[in-house]
Every structure is written in structure tokens, then in C-alpha cells.
Design a protein around this ligand. Structure first.
Ligand code: TRP
Length: 453
């Protein structure tokens, strides 16, 4: 494996690596998806299972992706071909590229909604509206055709512009500015939310577990959510790790990113559930949860106009630092495997994702009744990517590193050729050899109903 791939773009600093990688992980998955999924699956009990999965499965999978990416210095497909020449492992890479198309298509739809909400904040469109009016406003917006389509394309355009600018001058430059601001604004929101009258019930929902609400499918959903939130299981982090310099500490990076991601998800829960309960909204009310409750909080806040505007800008930002990471998977693949220019690769990738994206937008309007296995196109992509593609991808990724790669190569990469101690390696290997694959396989088979324990 060549260490001197000098023509390849890379992240310039330690903070740059963390900002970009945490930027990928922290996104709508934390602020939009986590609260509504936790809300639908019992709150605190879900959170505990979720945390367990992040620690025991998420971090080891993440580190495995870092290993694959940095040691190969390639896109997802090329990475497996380089580490396992002539073997079918590259199929995992192909599956990753397919998953990137699926995720980017539905994710960009929701990201587009954030732009509409910036616009509504700007024109003070939430002012004086009751909870049920905000609910109607949300439903009539997503159920219309042209506005969500417009915002979808604007968002895809923004994502493409950053990707065209490159890894160092695009991805890293923007994430370094955007991520710290996100944290500050979320903290401000948390403070407002927990000081609302009646907030205690929301905190109880999030932190006092009721295990009677947990079933086999909840466990699969918690696993899927942890994978989705950490950006693991499809090669986003393989791609990003291929830009990490050889002197960075991969173990430390994985731990920091996973902790930052989990912290932000919990914080988003703390910002949202107290408000949900304070305003008597159903915690299991689905994808609309944050788009309906947050404007409601802002209406009650001094300076709400301002907070609302900033918050939706920041939600946009969180989404953008994630969409770029998914688009990068496809673009790096096109550039390195199909030898396309970065610009052209970006246009083709974004254009083809948009075709599926349009179907996702229409899933809330003219195609609302078009169901596949009982799901709209949007729901199908959301559900199958998180609950099927990512766990399967994660399973094969850990099996690959644990059982195909030799121990020396792992030691060398994770210790930076002996520079770092990396005393966790034996434990990590034990987890990826036995615990993680068995747990993922079991939860997966149980969750989709193929076995019944
Ligand atoms: N993790 C991001 C979020 O929580 C979304 C995301 C980016 C993602 N890249 C991914 C999800 C790769 C799954 C796989 O918003």
C-alpha cells in the first residue's frame, strides 16, 4: 500500500478531520430523525439501547471504516479492491455507492424543507399560529409540489458546489466554520426549552425508561438509527478516512466523533421533548416532529423571530455538512474508478440522485398513494437504507477487517507504524470478530422477522 499518494486531496489539520467527520455524522439524523424515532419507540428505553449500540457496535464499525479508508487511500469501491485484490469484497463498496444514492435522495428532501423554514422565519410566517395551525402549515407545505421541489434542487446545488471545490478547500473549509456555530445555537435552544413550564415531563420521557415499550423491531430501529446517525455502514467514513493524513490518531478520532454525535442527539432530544410535552404534542408524531414543535417554541420565546431564523439556518448547516459527505462517496467513486473530472462527476452524481429525489418529494403529494411494500418512495428509502443497507454494510465491513485483513496491517495502521500505543487493539479485535457481527446479524434477522426469539 502506498503511503505517498501525494496527488490526492486531504484534510489539513486535526480539527479539520474532526469537523468534517463529525459534520458528516451530526445532521438531520440527530436533530430531525433521532427525536421522532425515539418518540415513536418509547423515549428513554430506546435511548439506553441506542447508547449501548453506539458503544459496542457503532464505534468498532467506525474504526473499521477508518482503517479501510486510510490504509487504502481510495474510494469505497477502490478501497476493497486494493485491500482484497481479485476477491468479491468490492461488492460491499458497490452496495455503499447504491446506499449513497438512496440516502442522499430522501435526505436532501428533508434538508430542502429546512430552507423553506428559513424563508418562513424570515417573513415571520409562524407568528401568532397555534400548534394545530403550525401542523397544517407543515402538512400543506410538504404536500405541495413546486416549493419542496425548488428547495430540493437548491439544496442539491449547494451540496454540489462544496463538493466541486474539493476536500480541503470545500468540505474541510466549510465544516470548520459551521460545526462550532451549530453547537452554540443548539445549547441556546436547550436552555430555552428546559425552562418552559411543564418541561419536566419531556425530560422524563427522554430519561426515565419504560422497557415495556421495547420489542424486536424497536431494537432493529435503534441499531439502524445508531448507524444512520454515525454515518456508518455504507462507506462515507471509508471515503473520508482516505483523506486523513497518516499522522492522525484514528482510534481517538473515532471516539471523539462518536461521542460528539451522541451528545448532539441527546441534546436535540433535550431541546425538543420538553417543548413537545409543554405544548401537548404527541411524541410519536413522526417526521414532522421538529418542523411543527420548534416553530411552536419560537413563538413563545423572547427573541423567537431571531432564534427561529438562526435555528433553521443551523439545521440547514447540519444537513449540508452531511449531504456533502454522502455525495462525496459517489463523486470519489466516479472520479477514481470511471476517471471522470471532479466537476463532471459531481454533475452526473447530483443529477442522477435528483431523479430519485423528485420521487421522494412527490411522496408527500401526487405519489402519496403509490406504495411499495406499504411504504411511499420516501419512507421506503428512509426505512430500508437505515434498517437494511447500513446494518448489512456494517456487518460485512467488520467481518472484512476482522477475518480477512491480517493483524499486522491493523496494528500498523491504528498505531501509525508504532508511533502510538493503541492498547485497545486486542479488545477492538475481539469485538469486531465476535460481538459486533453476531449482534448485528441477530438483531437484523430478528428485526426483519427471519428468526423469532
Ligand atoms: N449521519 C448523518 C446524519 O445523522 C447522515 C449521513 C451522512 C449518513 N452520511 C451518512 C447516514 C452515511 C448513513 C450513512 O444526519
Amino acid at each position: 500500500m502506498s503511503d505517498n499518494n501525494t496527488n490526492r486531496d486531504s484534510f489539513g489539520s486535526k480539527f479539520g478531520v474532526i469537523a468534517a467527520t463529525a459534520g458528516s455524522a451530526i445532521g438531520l439524523g440527530n436533530i430531525w430523525r433521532f427525536p421522532y424515532v425515539a418518540g415513536e419507540n418509547g423515549g428513554a428505553a430506546f435511548l439506553i439501547i441506542y447508547l449501548g449500540f453506539v458503544l459496542m457496535i457503532g464505534i468498532p464499525v467506525m474504526l473499521s471504516e477508518f482503517f479501510i479508508g486510510r490504509s487504502s487511500q481510495k474510494n469505497v469501491f477502490g478501497a476493497f479492491r486494493r485491500l482484497a485484490p481479485g476477491r468479491p469484497w468490492y461488492l460491499i463498496g458497490l452496495m455503499g455507492v447504491v446506499a449513497a444514492f438512496m440516502i442522499l435522495a430522501f435526505y436532501t428532501v428533508v434538508a430542502g424543507w429546512t430552507l423553506e423554514y428559513i424563508y418562513q422565519s424570515l417573513i415571520d410566517g409562524f407568528a401568532g399560529q397555534s400548534a394545530s395551525q403550525l401542523n397544517d402549515m407543515y402538512n400543506s407545505f410538504i404536500g405541495s409540489t413546486w416549493r419542496p421541489l425548488l428547495w430540493f434542487f437548491v439544496f442539491m446545488g449547494l451540496t454540489s458546489a462544496i463538493i466541486m471545490a474539493g476536500v480541503h478547500k470545500g468540505i474541510e473549509k466549510y465544516t470548520k466554520i459551521l460545526m462550532p456555530v451549530l453547537l452554540l445555537l443548539l445549547l441556546a435552544l436547550v436552555i430555552r426549552s428546559v425552562t418552559l413550564p411543564g418541561a419536566g415531563k419531556g425530560l422524563e420521557f427522554l430519561f426515565r425508561p419504560d422497557f415495556s415499550k421495547i420489542g424486536p423491531s424497536t431494537i432493529l430501529v435503534a441499531l439502524g438509527q445508531s448507524f444512520f446517525s454515525l454515518s456508518i455502514g455504507m462507506g462515507t467514513l471509508i471515503t473520508y478516512a482516505s483523506y486523513i493524513r497518516k499522522d492522525e490518531n484514528l482510534g481517538f478520532t473515532a471516539l471523539s466523533v462518536a461521542m460528539a454525535d451522541t451528545f448532539i442527539a441527546v441534546l436535540a432530544g433535550v431541546a425538543i421533548f420538553p417543548a413537545v410535552f409543554a405544548f401537548n404534542i404527541e411524541p410519536g408524531s413522526g417526521e414532522g416532529l421538529v418542523y411543527i414543535t420548534l416553530p411552536n417554541i419560537f413563538n413563545q420565546m423572547p427573541g423567537g423571530y431571531f432564534f427561529s431564523l438562526i435555528f433553521f439556518i443551523l439545521l440547514t448547516v447540519a444537513a449540508l455538512t452531511s449531504t456533502i459527505s454522502v455525495l462525496e462517496v459517489i463523486v470519489a467513486f466516479f472520479v477514481e474508478e470511471l476517471k471522470l473530472k471532479r466537476r463532471i462527476a459531481t454533475v452526473i452524481a447530483a443529477g442522477s440522485v435528483s431523479v430519485i429525489g423528485v420521487l421522494c418529494v412527490l411522496s408527500f403529494s401526487s405519489m402519496a398513494e403509490t406504495k411499495i411494500f406499504g411504504f411511499t418512495v420516501f419512507q421506503l428509502l428512509d426505512f430500508t437504507s437505515a434498517n437494511i443497507f447500513l446494518p448489512l454494510g456494517g456487518l460485512f465491513i467488520v467481518l472484512f477487517v476482522a477475518w480477512y485483513i491480517n493483524r499486522k496491517a491493523i496494528d500498523k495502521e491504528l498505531s501509525n507504524k508504532g508511533e502510538l500505543k493503541a492498547g485497545y487493539i486486542p479488545f477492538y479485535l475481539f469485538v469486531i470478530k465476535f460481538i459486533a457481527p453476531l449482534a448485528i446479524a441477530f438483531i437484523f434477522l430478528q428485526g426483519v422477522g427471519l428468526i423469532n426469539f
